[in-house]
Design a protein around this ligand. Structure first.
Ligand code: SOE
Length: 387
């Protein structure tokens, strides 16, 4: 297969992560397809130029529209704020480009459905960047579940806790603005746990949630900032999205569960995790200890029974391609690289990637149902089968 040229749109935090992943994926995995990091795009020319040098792209540009229609571009990698995902990815898919899109896929279910329809029209490969599911320990959890090692799943208890939003003086990033982000904590980080829950347990049948905004206004930011923190003015602006969502879940399998998400939990920096209890054992994972999977199997000898820890290494999924000794430590970039490896492999094999836009639509449906449930204070059923 010919070498494929990548255009990366967005030079912020995620642009940096995707740049490293696309640079190292051939080294770590032996690329399933040769790629060239061709052009990086930012509306700010100075940032685009700086990023092309720092992140190692051959060219830079300021207008994504010109770039996604270029005949020499094969893959469009969308790392921009949420309000641009639909427009860029529809244009890219219609131009026949494969699309990697940062999460959440879209601002609304309708947008996600339009993105999926555009991709279906041209048959391009798509992926939504729910990166945590590619963590080897989490993939090990999936392997154990699929092999029946913890029996039938009874309950899922998930969470994603961060603290960068806990300070009322933290500036009003676009992540607190409905017009830019679509929703708040739920879309930003809750969707990662929804993705993990669908992967490990299965489809959501209905949800019942408490959704709240703790800090209704914040200081306006002074200029653009990288990541979550930056200089702020003394003037304040309105927060019009959720700070937290606590959701009860009924899964289609009959299992039940809960997901708690907040960016207002002091001391929890980037803590995505879950416990899954089955008829024959339990599994626990916490991203702040991402190299560890805690397991307890009912048939372990009684005098040695209890949770024990599996350290990720060559015996876990993708571990053989990373580092040769368990416990050496895998990290964020390893996971982003696994994500890119899976995407490129799907393109090489002309198969759907996972999670793709179809998964993304279903995650948007669940997130929207959680917000509706929070408003109504009642159970909401989830529409199934994105086509
Ligand atoms: C901010 O909450 C954020 O950058 C999210 O947008 C990412 O998805 C998460 O991985 C880290 O935190």
């Amino acid at each position: 297969m010919k070498k494929l040229n990548v255009a990366l749109i967005g030079t912020g935090f995620m642009g940096k992560a995707h740049s490293i992943a696309t640079a190292v994926v051939p080294i770590l995995f032996g690329a399933p397809i040769e790629i060239e990091r061709k052009v990086i795009v930012d509306i700010d020319e100075e940032m685009a130029q700086k990023a092309s040098k720092q992140y190692g792209f051959a060219e830079y540009a300021t207008d994504w529209r010109e770039v996604v229609s270029r005949p020499d571009i094969d893959i469009v990698d969308i790392c921009t704020p949420n309000d641009t995902h639909a427009e860029i990815s529809i244009a890219a898919a219609k131009a026949g480009k494969h699309v990697m899109c940062e999460k959440p896929m879209s601002m609304t279910v309708a947008e996600a459905e339009a993105m999926l329809a555009a991709a279906n029209e041209t048959g391009v490969v798509t992926m939504v960047s729910y990166n945590y599911r590619h963590t080897p320990a989490l993939q090990m959890a999936k392997r154990l579940i699929d092999e029946g090692r913890i029996g039938d799943i009874l309950t899922f208890r998930g969470y994603y806790l961060q603290d960068w939003g806990a300070d009322p003086n933290a500036p009003l990033s676009w992540r607190f603005n409905k017009a830019k982000a679509g929703s708040g904590t739920l879309g930003d980080i809750g969707t990662h746990v929804i993705d993990a829950a669908r992967l490990l347990v299965g489809e959501f049948a209905s949800v019942n949630a408490i959704v709240r905004t703790f800090i209704p206004e914040r200081p306006l930011p002074l200029g653009r900032f990288f990541g979550q923190s930056g200089a702020a003015s003394s003037e304040k602006g309105k927060v019009d999205v959720d700070d937290t969502a606590l959701t009860l879940i009924k899964f289609a399998t009959g299992a039940h569960g809960s997901i708690e998400v907040t960016r207002n939990s002091w001391g929890h920096h980037n803590q995505l995790g879950f416990e899954i209890h089955g008829t024959k054992g339990s599994i626990a994972f916490d991203y702040q200890r991402l190299n560890e999977l805690r397991v307890a199997f009912a048939d372990d000898p009684a005098d040695a029974f209890g949770f024990r820890t599996i350290y990720s290494g060559p015996n876990q999924p993708f571990g053989d391609k990373l580092w040769p000794v368990a416990g050496m430590g895998q990290g964020y970039i390893d996971i982003k690289s696994i994500e890119w490896y899976n995407f490129l492999k799907a393109i090489a094999e002309n198969k759907p990637a996972s999670p793709d836009f179809k998964d993304g639509v279903q995650i948007e449906r669940i997130a929207e149902a959680i917000l509706v449930s929070g408003e109504k204070g009642a159970w909401e059923d989830i529409k199934q089968s994105a086509s």
